[in-house]
Write a protein that binds this ligand. Structure first.
Ligand SMILES: Nc1ncnc2c1ncn2[C@@H]1O[C@H](COP(=O)(O)OP(=O)(O)OP(=O)(O)O)[C@@H](O)[C@H]1O
Ligand SMILES: [Mg+2]
Length: 446
C-alpha cells in the first residue's frame, strides 16, 4: 500500500470490533473503532476517514442513518454495511443510501479485505470523477438529439462513463435510446478504435447462450464443427454491450459473474481459460432491483453491474425534445425522398406533441417514417398519423364547447395517448378507475 488508509469501524459488539481491527491492522490499515452512531459522528468531525465499516442494527441509531449522514457530509468517504440480518432488502436499501458495499455476517477475513479494497478503489475513482465534474460536458454526443435538462444529466453521465472503465448499467423504457447511449460511451472513450460488440441476451436460443457468449472448441458438442471465439473474446480490448440483461438464465448469470470476477473466459469443451479485457455495458428495461428482490436476478451480479447507472427518461418527460426529434427524423428520412423536404401541419405537430409516446423515441421514429411514406404531397397532416394519435389533437373550438364536451374530448385524448390503458389513463386524469369507467359509460350512452 502506497498510502495508509484510515478506517472507522462502528459496531455495538466489542468482540466484532476487535476481530475487524486486528484483521485490518495486520494489512497495514489505520483503524479506529467506536460502539455507536453518535460516537461515529463525533469521530468523523475530528478525523479524516477513508472508509467507514458500520453495523446495520445498533441500539438507538441504526447504520442506515449513519450512511445518510456520511453521504450528506462526507461524499468522498466510502461505506461498507455489515449486517447480521442478511436480507436482500436491507442490502438494497444500504446501497440505495449510498453504501459502496455490504458484508453479511459471518464473513471471512478475505471477504472483509476484498470488500475494503473494492471500496477504496471506488472512492478513488469517485475522487477523480469529482475533480473532473466541473469540466464534464452536458452537450449531446454525436447522433443523440435532445436539449432537455434531464437529457443534459444523461450527457454528463455518458462523458463520465467514457472517461473510465467501470461497468455501466443503462436502464430505461423500451425505445428510449439505451443502445445509442452505450455506443456513445464506447466511441467517446479510449477504446473507440477497438470493437463494440452488441449482444441481445433475449435473442439467443437458450441452449446456445453460453457458447455464443464465451465460445467453444471444435467438437465441444454435437454440431460444433469449428472452434468459435464467442462474443467476449471478439470484444477483447473493446466493449461488450449486454442488452436485455434481465433475460439471462440463472446458470448463465453465474457464469457471467465469474467472468466479471476473474476477467477470463473458459471456452466450452476446454479446460483452458483465456484472459479477456472488456468493458461491460449492460442494459435493461426491467426493474432489476425488483427482480433481485424476487430472486429472479442474482444479487451479486446486480451489484457488480450496477457500478455506474444511467437512467434514460421516457420521451414524455423530455418536454420539447419531441420537437427537436421530429425535426431530426424529418431531415433523416426526408433526405431519402425525391423533391421537397417533408412538412408537418401545425395540427399534426400538436398531435405529436400531445401524445404519450409509450414506445418512446423508437415509436416517434417509426411514426414519422411511415407518415412520410404515406403523404403523397410531402405534407404530413393528422390523417397520416396512426389512429391512436388522432385524438391527441387539441380541441380546435374550445371557446364554444361545454365543459362536458371538453371533459369527454380530454378523456379520449388521454386514453388514446396510453393506447386505451384505463389504469394509466385514470392516473393521468387524477381520478380512480371506477370514476373513469362510469364516465366512459355515460359517454357511450350519450
Ligand atoms: N435521443 C435520441 N436522438 C436521436 N435518435 C434517438 C434518440 N434516442 C433514440 N434514438 C433512436 O431511436 C431508436 C431506438 O433507440 P435504441 O435502440 O437505442 O433504444 P433502446 O432503448 O435500446 O430500445 P429497446 O429497449 O427497444 O431495445 C434508434 O433508431 C435510435 O437511433
Ligand atoms: Mg435496445
Amino acid at each position: 500500500m502506497s498510502e495508509t488508509h484510515r478506517i472507522l469501524v462502528v459496531d455495538d459488539s466489542a468482540a466484532t470490533l476487535e476481530v475487524i481491527r486486528r484483521n485490518l491492522e495486520s494489512q497495514g490499515y489505520h483503524v479506529a473503532t467506536v460502539g455507536g452512531v453518535h460516537e461515529a459522528v463525533e469521530h468523523l468531525k475530528a478525523a479524516d476517514v477513508d472508509v467507514v465499516i458500520t453495523d446495520l442494527r445498533m441500539p438507538k441509531v441504526g447504520g442506515l442513518d449513519l450512511i445518510r449522514h456520511i453521504r450528506a457530509r462526507y461524499p468522498r468517504c466510502g461505506v461498507i454495511m455489515i449486517t447480521g440480518y442478511a436480507s436482500v432488502d436491507t442490502a438494497v436499501s444500504a446501497m440505495r443510501e449510498g453504501a459502496e458495499d455490504y458484508l453479511a455476517k459471518p464473513f471471512t477475513d478475505n471477504e472483509l479485505l476484498a470488500s475494503v479494497a473494492r471500496t477504496i478503489e471506488k472512492v478513488r475513482a469517485r475522487k477523480i470523477l469529482d475533480a473532473e465534474s466541473n469540466s464534464v460536458s452536458r452537450e449531446p454526443p454525436p447522433g443523440i438529439v435532445g436539449a432537455s435538462v434531464v437529457m443534459g444529466d444523461v450527457y454528463r453521465s455518458i462523458a463520465r462513463a467514457a472517461a473510465n472503465a467501470a461497468t455501466v448499467l443503462i436502464t430505461g423504457e423500451s425505445g428510449t435510446g439505451k443502445e445509442l447511449v452505450a455506443r456513445a460511451i464506447h466511441y467517446q472513450g479510449d477504446r473507440a478504435s477497438e470493437p463494440f460488440v452488441a449482444v441481445n441476451c433475449a435473442g439467443i436460443p437458450e441452449g446456445l447462450v453460453e457458447s455464443e457468449l464465451f465460445g467453444h472448441t471444435k467438437g465441444a458438442f454435437t454440431g460444433a464443427s469449428k472452434t468459435r471465439a464467442g462474443f467476449f473474446l471478439t470484444a477483447h480490448h473493446g466493449t461488450i454491450f449486454l442488452d436485455e440483461i434481465a433475460e439471462l438464465a440463472p446458470l448463465t448469470q453465474a457464469k457471467l459473474l465469474r467472468v466479471l470476477e476473474d476477467k477470463e473466459v473458459q471456452l466450452g469443451g476446454s479446460e483452458r481459460t483465456r484472459r479477456v479485457d472488456v468493458r461491460i455495458i449492460a442494459a435493461t428495461n426491467k426493474d432489476l432491483a425488483g427482480l433481485v428482490r424476487n430472486s429472479e436476478f442474482r444479487e451479486d451480479l446486480f451489484f457488480r453491474l450496477n457500478v455506474l447507472t444511467i437512467e434514460l427518461p421516457p420521451l414524455r418527460d423530455r418536454g420539447d425534445d419531441v420537437l427537436l426529434l421530429v425535426r431530426h427524423f424529418l431531415e433523416k428520412f426526408g433526405s431519402l425522398c425525391v423533391g421537397q423536404a417533408p412538412q408537418l401541419t401545425d395540427r399534426a405537430l400538436a398531435a405529436l406533441r400531445q401524445y404519450h409516446w409509450p414506445g418512446n423515441v423508437r415509436e416517434l421514429e417509426n411514426v414519422l417514417q411511415r407518415a412520410i411514406v404515406m403523404s403523397d404531397d410531402g405534407v404530413i397532416d393528422v390523417a397520416n398519423l396512426p389512429s391512436v394519435m388522432q385524438f391527441a389533437i387539441p380541441g380546435v373550438d374550445d371557446v364554444n364547447s361545454t365543459l362536458a364536451q371538453i371533459e369527454q374530448h380530454h378523456i379520449r385524448r388521454v386514453l388514446a395517448g396510453v393506447e386505451g390503458n384505463k389504469t394509466r389513463a385514470a392516473e393521468i386524469l387524477g381520478i380512480d378507475r371506477k370514476t373513469l369507467r362510469e364516465k366512459l359509460k355515460q359517454m357511450d350512452s350519450a
